[in-house]
Design a protein around this ligand. Sequence first.
Ligand code: R5P
Length: 287
Amino acid sequence: MKVLAGSASVRLGKRTAKSLGVEPIDRDFTRFPDGEGYLRLQDEPEEITILIQCAYPDENIMELFLMQDAIREGGGKMIITVIPYMGYSRQDKLFKEGEAVSARALVKHLELHTDALIFVDLHSKKILDFASKKAIECSAMPPIAAYFRDKDIDFVLSPDKGAVDRAGKVAKLMGKQFDYLEKTRLDGSTVKMAPKNLDVDGKSVLIVDDIIATGGTIIKATEQLKASGAERVMAACTHGLYTSNALERLEPALDGVYSTDTLESGTSKITVADQIASAVKDIVSEL
Ligand code: R5P
């Protein structure tokens, strides 16, 4: 078994290879003057190749297809494609007639040249149903809980109902108080939170979500926490997407913003490599 990581997942690829105790495959990836990618593997693939690359943004998706093709061309028999961050997850159904179901379109293409898919904290579970090959999801909540275990957190908050299971898991693993807020999304970058009396006076709070995109959700939740007397507010997410200069607004408003290495940035202090390695072992043991 070997690990091949794409440009979007270099560090996570190395960490996963280390966790599995296998070698990474070296590759040459460059761009032609017109922007098209060129890929060449510098090592031969083994019987099983673990391919790790985010399906976001579009150029990384194309790079992923080139890697799948090169593995097959090089004689690799089995490909397990790991998608640390799955793009297009929010368009998982028709909202208006005539639209594409983008998440389904992407899954259908991702699985064309793979034997199994591994995702991390999917925004929509429907993605697993779109796949016709073996597809599993692993959770970043255990490493998030482990990271904050010695950081004096008193209270864990889910900023909306959608994140209750995930944030609740972190609270349970840490043995901390837990609550959630009710969020309404007004548009792509604006959210509204129903006021709620939270038992956080003088406490240190960790907000846990799957994605931080514009940061609007975390900013609104922080306002509520501060209004309820929270002394310290930190936020942790699996996928630090940080669109619209989110970090510039979040960092001054909070006492710390953290993410995992599914999307690599300065906040990626937590790794999901062991979760991916364990999912890989589960799949391989079933084959
Ligand atoms: C929503 O359902 C997700 O769990 C996140 O809360 C959302 O994607 C965060 O987006 P933003 O940072 O733009 O508020």
